[in-house]
Design a protein around this ligand. Structure first.
Ligand code: COA
Length: 390
């Protein structure tokens, strides 16, 4: 049975800051951020968006009434959870008006968890071929003002429907995966910003990629010449480029050129949205599919998923006939074009505009946020969400 991605969409907040301006404000040469790190714009999240509302907005644009009837599993992947106990997927279930007979869970393993969601979905559909699984990968990436990771922040969500006979991409078996206890990036319960050993994380990421790429090759005999593109988890776009370069050196010229050119296209959305943690790899997939006008159905794509801590996976997918018809390029173009640029001062103010821990009641200014679904505040310690369409 063919199982894979039937639909895929994303959402990012309506504000961004130019990394060039951020560099100037930090007395850094802008070339370091735009070329050395490879990030151009960084999404800025208003207080009226959190992981739940970002994911709900991403899902809203892709789900039809028919999908909603068929979805019997919602898997919410995030490291920006809003409750230690209740799964974020239950809020999504309510906001999107899904059927009652749905299994809803939240999964976490840093930036790897959306891939875990896909593999869980694949097993579920193998046993239940009529089912559709909604996977959400949503995060707000926060390293802190004036930190070395600051330029690698961002926010957004990817929503995917995984099903049998998918319209976009089948997920092939086998995949290869790896776990190792590595303290490259983590966020203790008391902190709303990440702790990171940045250079160490780059080394681990490249090491994991090489291990997994070659292990996958040994297992499947799929090599660089069999892959039309290799996509990466992209905390910042230069990171993926470093990993790709570490294997394409051995390739022939045609393979090297194709893989580098497609990588270039696959990083476009990531470079202008920023780091969305677990959704990053899938944002890169959307970028490739929506911006590459020549990649044919039947092409094989390699995907490298990495979540600090660390878990990695390398797997492949095959683009399906007419996959382009299932994309939402125009919607995404509109969303990205209609964002508002904010100054570094405004970004800093928004970054610090957080709700103090333990707040019992608060109402938030959702009328200032053009998003359809917003985080509206807290009532008796219960988070409130509004779908403006209802
Ligand atoms: N023009 C062009 N490039 C420039 C430049 C300029 N004016 N100035 C510096 N650079 C380049 C550097 O040469 C370097 O390139 P290289 O990596 O290819 O060697 C790059 O910009 C970054 O410079 P560096 O001095 O290494 O930056 P840094 O000490 O500020 O740290 C990170 C960069 C990525 C380590 C840091 O931003 C970070 O920790 N980010 C978070 C990473 C993360 O999230 N990891 C966990 C998830 S997997």
């Amino acid at each position: 049975m063919k199982i894979g991605i039937d639909k895929i969409g994303f959402y990012t907040p309506n504000m961004y800051v130019e990394t060039e301006n951020l560099a100037k404000a930090r007395h850094i040469d802008p070339g370091k951020f735009t070329i050395g790190i490879g990030q151009e714009k960084m999404a800025v999240t208003p207080i009226t968006q959190d992981a739940v509302s970002l994911a709900a907005n991403a899902a809203l644009e892709i789900l039809t009434a028919e999908d909603k009837k068929a979805i019997d599993y919602v898997i919410f992947a995030t490291e920006s959870g809003i409750d230690h106990s209740k799964a974020a997927s239950i809020y999504i279930h309510e906001l999107l008006d899904l059927e009652p007979n749905v299994r809803s869970i939240e999964v976490k393993q840093a930036c790897y968890s959306a891939t875990a969601g896909i593999q869980i979905a694949k097993g579920h559909i193998a046993l239940n071929p009529e089912s559709k699984v909604l996977i959400l990968g949503a995060d707000i990436s926060r390293y802190g003002l004036e930190t070395s990771g600051e330029v690698t922040q961002g926010a957004g969500a990817v929503a995917m429907v995984v099903s049998a006979d998918p319209k976009i991409m089948t997920i092939e078996s086998p995949s290869v995966y790896q776990t190792e206890d590595v303290m490259d990036f983590w966020r203790p319960l008391h902190s709303d910003t990440a702790f990171v050993q940045g250079k160490y994380s780059v080394d681990q990421y490249i090491k994991f990629f090489q291990n997994l790429y070659y292990a996958h090759h040994d297992k499947t005999n799929i090599g660089l010449s069999d892959l039309d593109a290799i996509l990466f988890h992209l905390p910042y776009t230069k990171m993926g480029m470093k990993a790709l370069k570490s294997v394409v050196e051995e390739a022939n010229e045609a393979d090297r050129e194709r893989l580098l050119a497609n990588f270039d296209i696959s990083k476009r959305y990531n470079a202008i949205v920023g780091n969305i943690y677990t959704g990053s790899l899938y944002l890169s997939l959307i970028s490739l599919l929506e911006l590459n006008t020549t990649i044919e159905a039947g092409s094989r794509i390699g995907l490298f998923s990495y979540g600090s801590g660390a878990v990695g996976e390398f797997f492949t997918g095959i683009l399906q006939p007419n996959y382009r018809e299932a994309l939402y390029k125009e919607k995404h173009d509109n969303m990205l074009d209609n964002r508002t640029e904010v100054s570094v001062e405004a970004y800093e103010k928004t970054f610090q505009d957080t709700i103090p821990s333990g707040t019992e009641n608060i109402e938030l200014p959702i009328e200032q946020d053009p998003a359809t679904i917003c985080f509206a505040g807290i009532k008796d310690h219960m988070r409130q969400y509004v779908n403006k369409n209802n």
